[in-house]
Design a protein around this ligand. Structure first.
Ligand code: SF4
Length: 331
């Protein structure tokens, strides 16, 4: 059977070809072959991360309508979800970050909308960094940056970034795919580690598009890759395109694991779920404050998970959770 042959390749340490990735993505999500493939992704993920998953935790430093207009994002001006602007004080940012540290997050992510003042972001990052334990991993989730600004970010005490070339970038967003790719190169050149993901997956994305994106993420040896489905923002044009099932997302998470080189030990999924974890996801996110997938101003009152609830989902899926700074960002 073709699936078994393909899985033998990953068992012997080979990375899959685009054609093999497309084949696995084309299996029925509830077929025996998909379950077998998810089991292999789980095995490989556990082998590489020594059976220990990670929980990263993100807080937003601002909430603002954003004219980059990514159609899947609740901050996009075009979606009209939020009309006010707010930002955290340095004290609030420090309090969020320290709470995550106390909760045992393996990395703390500081997110801003793409058009937030970069100088202000750097000031806040420095303040947060000063107030965290030296060993705590601080990660930035910001818009596209030049090399000069990527270096400023590194100098502020940030270890890495989250940055993704999103599916249909430039079509479903007003951003340039080339600029997204250039930013990833800039981050890497500045000495920042880059985590990424195949996102946000909707029912309209073809297996070939997903395979191409899986291979793009593999191409720069990220701290982690993975897959996340699109969460429909109620009342938006994009919500009418619908959502993929958790099982389909788990299948894509598994294929993404098998499409990465073994040097990439992290495999994320969002939103956290047991199906994703049993399909080889070893990274979940907790979230507080504004969230591009939520219409609540404070996602802790909405869709956001906590560090503890993420840990519980991993335990329910037969994963242990790593204690200490992220190994994915410090390979
Ligand atoms: S995803 Fe980022 S860049 Fe796109 S609209 Fe939302 S905040 Fe702006």
């Amino acid at each position: 059977m073709r699936t078994e042959e393909i899985l033998k390749k990953t068992q012997s340490g080979d990375v899959l070809s685009k054609e093999e990735i497309i084949y696995l993505l084309g299996l029925m999500p509830d077929s025996p072959e998909t379950y077998m493939m998810m089991a292999e992704a789980n095995r490989l993920s556990k082998e590489l991360s020594k059976g220990k998953a990670e929980v990263h935790a993100q807080f937003a430093i601002n909430l603002s309508p954003c004219s980059c207009n990514c159609l899947f994002c609740s901050f996009a001006k075009i979606n009209g979800v939020f009309d006010k602007t707010m930002e955290l004080t340095p004290e609030q940012a420090v309090a969020y970050a320290r709470q995550f540290e106390t909760d045992g997050a393996n990395a703390v992510f500081m997110m801003s909308t793409a058009q937030y003042s970069f100088s202000r972001y750097v000031e806040l990052a420095e303040e947060v960094r000063r107030n965290l334990k030296p060993e705590t991993t601080l990660i930035a989730n910001v818009g596209d940056l030049t090399l000069k600004n990527a270096i400023r970010l590194k100098d502020a005490g940030v270890s890495g970034v989250y940055h993704a070339l999103r599916l249909r970038e430039g079509t479903d967003t007003d951003l340039s795919a080339e600029k997204r790719k250039q930013s990833i190169s800039n981050f890497l050149e500045a000495g920042l580690k880059v985590g990424t993901c195949v996102e946000p997956v909707g029912p309209e994305h073809t297996d070939a598009e997903l395979a191409e994106m899986i291979q793009f993420t593999a191409s720069f040896n990220p701290s982690f890759s993975g897959a996340a489905r699109r969460i429909p923002i109620p009342g938006t044009a994009m919500a009418e395109r619908g959502a993929i099932s958790e099982l389909r997302m788990a299948q894509i998470v598994a294929v993404t694991r098998l499409g990465m080189p073994r040097s990439v030990i992290g495999n994320c999924t969002h939103e956290p779920c047991t199906l994703g974890a049993i399909a080889g996801a070893n990274l979940f996110w907790a979230e507080v404050g504004a969230n591009p997938r939520d219409i609540e101003e404070n996602t802790e009152k909405g869709r956001g998970e906590t560090v503890n609830s993420c840990k519980s989902i991993f335990y329910e899926s037969n994963w242990n959770v790593w204690e200490g700074p992220s190994r994915y960002y410090h390979r």
